[in-house]
Design a protein around this ligand. Structure first.
Ligand SMILES: CC(C)(COP(=O)(O)OP(=O)(O)OC[C@H]1O[C@@H](n2cnc3c(N)ncnc32)[C@H](O)[C@@H]1OP(=O)(O)O)[C@@H](O)C(=O)NCCC(=O)NCCS
Length: 570
């Protein structure tokens, strides 16, 4: 997880049609933030970068459904109205970018937010970011830079939470930590004004409850009492995660106008010395120069054997892959130690794991095995076999011959798995959209197909009238917990079979169609279905190539039809 922004959060942009609103929406979308809408009064109906625009937040919520976050790119004088509108519409987090928001307006926003239990960040904030998940506001600039600079935690791992009172230094802190090999869970610039929504201690409390954060790096500043309040939470034991801090403004002399409106020193509160002492007393590591912050964070993480710290290989990497981790003496597929998988999961389960990223239960593993076994070979007539044997007969290598067979696996050979899955998905979508039963939709389809002389991929077979493989696959699918109910792909396949039977033209689903329906119900991405057929058929192709080269003379004329089986049980 992360705090405030993650992949699941739905975001709208108030002021999306303005100069900054448009530019930043592009960057947020590029980074992968789930921006679902925008608001500018009087501009409802248009789209900005494909994002629909509404007149107000209420209309956006009504038409888009629940919104988690609104970010305001609205000029200071109009912020109060815009923020109150977002709060009234029930949006749970409001991020206010504008600077120079009148103090009194900020107080009114704070009061309304408190009444409605809404969080807000800012005003005068660069925003929030959770590396690898989303950016709200202006942190990180171009998406490419943000991706390069801020290193996310590994799946299920941790990172350091960054809190900054300075906008520019929020990005810089996360950047230099990344350079030192530190992963970042989230970055929050609390904003530079005197009246703020979430303050440093509030953000630290969010990091304290976040399982993906195991330490907090703070870029503090002189003025105000945010660091002192954080120290109090640490002293009373509310914040127990390590805090490593740098406080800017050490050299500021009395009377200096320093940085932000919030940096006001009153009496002894807010001085550099006071903040550093309070934090140190509460157990924080406080460094004297910004340059020493990354090393101090690394030292703390190292002493805790933290997963927020990258290995040397990870630090040097210029691109990443999420499939298999290779380190000296370690091989981990999708996070699972290979030795632990060996002997414990079937090959089918391992195929499911590498393609989906998650390990299936034993029943689904068995089903995957059955799918691979069902397609291991289909004799000498399929194009892939003929292609592999033809190339093998020229004296080509095993790899070239098998590759020729694999290259023959295509739209019309093996492709019915994907085509049938997509076809069944379309029938299910129609049933939902037209509010009809799947049997009604299937009956209409069969009438259309008959009228137009069309064919459906995955139904019927040129050799088998009752394919011996499909019944067994459906049996194993039921054992694996696939219900086959009317709203599933298997259910839709059954409806099509019933519709054909009803017109006296039984056309049962074939093995490709059955595999397509089952894989779709297992939630696999249809783009890999043809690949699953390739995985299954490769052992068969190797057997054919070897037989061709050991039994037959080179360059023989291979008859595609007239051949016979002479193996065991024949
Ligand atoms: C907020 C800010 C970025 C806006 O600047 P901008 O994009 O140049 O302003 P624009 O006038 O082009 O756009 C504002 C848009 O908000 C719209 N708007 C006004 N009231 C609105 C409301 N209640 N709801 C939604 N949109 C609203 C305006 O209509 C305008 O859109 P339009 O141009 O299509 O009419 C700028 O005022 C600002 O404060 N900049 C400094 C930010 C900063 O540095 N923050 C601190 C970081 S450390």
């Amino acid at each position: 997880m992360a705090i405030l922004i993650d992949k699941s959060k739905r975001v709208i942009v108030q002021g999306i049609t303005g100069r900054e609103g448009q530019a930043r929406t592009r960057l947020m979308l590029d980074y992968g933030t789930h921006v679902v809408g925008g608001v500018t009064p009087g501009k409802a109906g248009i789209k900005v970068l494909g994002v629909p625009v509404f007149d107000n937040c209420q209309a956006a919520v009504e038409q888009l459904g629940g919104i988690d976050i609104s970010v305001l790119f609205v000029p200071a004088s109009l912020v109060k109205a815009a923020a109150l509108e977002a709060i009234e519409a029930g949006i749970r987090l409001v991020v206010i970018v504008a600077d120079r928001v009148p103090l009194w307006d900020a107080l009114e926003i704070a009061a309304a937010a408190q009444t409605r239990g809404v969080h807000f960040v800012g005003p005068n904030t660069l925003g929030i970011a959770s590396p690898g998940q989303g950016v709200v506001g202006m942190i990180g600039g171009r998406a490419e830079s943000a991706r390069e600079w801020f290193k996310p935690p590994l799946p299920g791992g941790t990172g350091v939470g960054v809190i900054s009172r300075s906008g520019g230094m929020a990005s810089s802190t996360a950047y230099y930590l990344g350079q030192a090999g530190v992963r970042i869970s989230s970055i929050v610039h609390v904003g530079g004004d005197a009246v703020l929504g979430l303050r440093v201690p509030d953000v630290a409390s969010l990091f304290q409850s976040d399982p993906a954060t195991d330490a907090i790096a703070l870029f503090g500043e002189i003025g105000g009492a945010q660091e002192e309040d954080l120290a109090a939470l640490m002293a009373e034991g509310t914040i127990t995660k390590p805090v490593i801090a740098y406080i800017g403004g050490k050299a500021a002399r009395s009377g200096t106008r320093f940085s932000h409106a919030g940096a006001i020193i009153e009496g002894n509160t807010g001085t550099h010395a006071g903040k550093a002492a309070a934090l140190r007393q509460a157990g924080a590591v406080v460094v004297d120069s910004f340059g020493s912050l990354p090393d101090a964070v690394v030292e703390v993480l190292r002493s805790r054997n933290s997963r927020s710290l990258m290995t040397d290989t990870e630090r040097k990497a210029v691109w990443t892959s999420a499939i298999t981790r290779i380190e000296p003496n370690t091989v981990a597929v999708r996070g699972h130690d290979i030795a632990g998988l060996m002997g414990h999961v079937s090959f089918g389960a391992a195929v499911y794991l590498i393609l989906t990223g998650s390990k299936p239960d034993d029943r689904v593993g068995r089903l995957m095995d059955a799918i691979l076994v069902s397609s291991i070979d289909h004799g000498c007539t399929p194009p892939s076999c003929l292609a592999a044997r033809t190339v093998a007969s020229t004296g080509a290598s095993l790899s070239a011959s098998v590759a020729a067979g694999v290259m023959a696996i295509n739209r019309h050979h093996g492709g019915a798995i994907e085509d049938c899955a997509r076809y069944l998905a379309n029938l299910l979508k129609r049933a939902l959209g037209e509010q009809k039963s799947i049997d009604e939709i299937a009956a209409a389809e069969v009438t259309r197909i008959k009228g137009e002389g069309d064919r459906i991929s995955g139904f019927g077979h040129r050799i088998h009238t009752r394919d011996p493989r499909t019944g067994r696959l459906f049996e194993l699918a039921a054992e694996a917990g696939l219900s086959g109910s009317p709203e599933t792909h298997v259910g839709a396949a059954r409806a099509v079979e019933r519709a054909f039977a009803a017109i006296g033209k039984p056309l049962p689903i074939n093995v490709d169609g059955a595999i397509g329906a089952i894989l779709a119900d297992l939630g696999l991405d249809p783009r890999v279905f043809n690949g699953i057929f390739m995985i299954a058929r490769t052992p068969g192709l190797i057997a054919h190539v070897t037989e061709e080269q050991t039994r037959e003379r080179p360059m023989r004329r291979i008859d595609p039809v007239n051949h016979a089986y002479d193996g065991p049980g024949g």
